[in-house]
Design a protein around this ligand. Sequence first.
Ligand SMILES: NC(=O)c1ccc[n+]([C@@H]2O[C@H](COP(=O)([O-])OP(=O)(O)OC[C@H]3O[C@@H](n4cnc5c(N)ncnc54)[C@H](O)[C@@H]3O)[C@@H](O)[C@H]2O)c1
Length: 356
Amino acid sequence: MKICVTGGAGFIGSAFVHRLLEPSSTLAAAGEKSEEDTSVVVLDDLTYAGNLENLERFKGHKRFEFVKGSINDPEAVSGALDGCDVVVNFAAESHVDRSLTDAGSFVKTNVDGTRVLLDEAVSRKLRFMQVSTDEVYGSLGEEGLFTEDSPLDPSSPYAASKAAADLLVGAYTKSYGLDAVITRCGNNYGPRQFPEKLIPLFITGALEDRELPLYGDGLNVRDWIHVDDHCEAILAVVREGKQGRVYNVSASSERSNLELCRQLLELVGKPWDLVRYVSDRPGHDRRYALAAGRLRSELGWQPKVALDDGLAQTVEWYRSNRGWWQRIKSGDYLEYYEKLYGERLRGAEGKDPGVG
Ligand SMILES: NC(=O)c1ccc[n+]([C@@H]2O[C@H](COP(=O)([O-])OP(=O)(O)OC[C@H]3O[C@@H](n4cnc5c(N)ncnc54)[C@H](O)[C@@H]3O)[C@@H](O)[C@H]2O)c1
């Protein structure tokens, strides 16, 4: 099988490539092996969030190929999909805060980019896997869970663009018989997450004794999952998910931002007074929580990483890989590309590192 992984230089996409070519020590300990019969082509435009260092160990790997290009570019998409059987679409603008000031690039990539991929998948009769999010369902009160049949009610431009993409995927299945599946997952954490997102922002900020901004009253609740568990779920759905189906992905690990931040500070060994409450994000959803019974009963998926263990491992990863996130925070990761890959990546210049 040849899989095209779009957005494979980002956080979850690169974890998925690791899963296919060289499973993490956590997964290896749980008996997961690399997929020897699977080759991978990554299509990634290397926006500010794409980081080739995430894929460095696969340079020269016989089952790995990297193509720099945008999912909005039909020619790049067509080239990358040559010989593929499956496309797994991770490529997206993914940061909610950025979508509040620049909705246009979210609609462009997340909606129209997905449309370009869908057109190509239809004409080549490929299997199409869309990586979506629990944010498409909107906000929950203190009780209840979202099921796959809950109405879509997104609150942010990011979530609305992902919901629109999901609807397009469904429409292509009905109109053209596309063999498509969708996963909707809660908040991921783990190694190699861009340090604008809550968990790496807090860990790396605490390691540097910086102020740590906490939105509103800190009582917003998120449903956390280790990125390796998410990738296992995606692989199960790619292999056995039923055409046209949506699968929620959840490890049922809800935690308020306040509890989470307290735990991270304890793990890093820094005091609570680094935390600074800041005014709430507009449209900030109060709670997400998913029912993932379909994935568990139909495909036999189970999460393997308990949240407390996963958070401790994640803190250790950021502690031991300071160079990785310091190069991002300083913007030096762009030069690092040049050293690694030379002239070929000139297009990656002028990126906004996005964090201060
Ligand atoms: N992070 C989460 O908690 C989470 C949860 C559920 C679903 N998701 C979804 O998973 C996917 C991956 O999320 P992530 O956190 O790894 O994001 P990320 O921001 O770390 O990575 C996104 C990747 O997409 C690439 N990209 C952006 N625009 C592109 C384009 N036009 N063409 C090709 N590549 C492009 C970027 O260069 C980057 O490598 C997204 O679709 C996101 O909506 C994320």
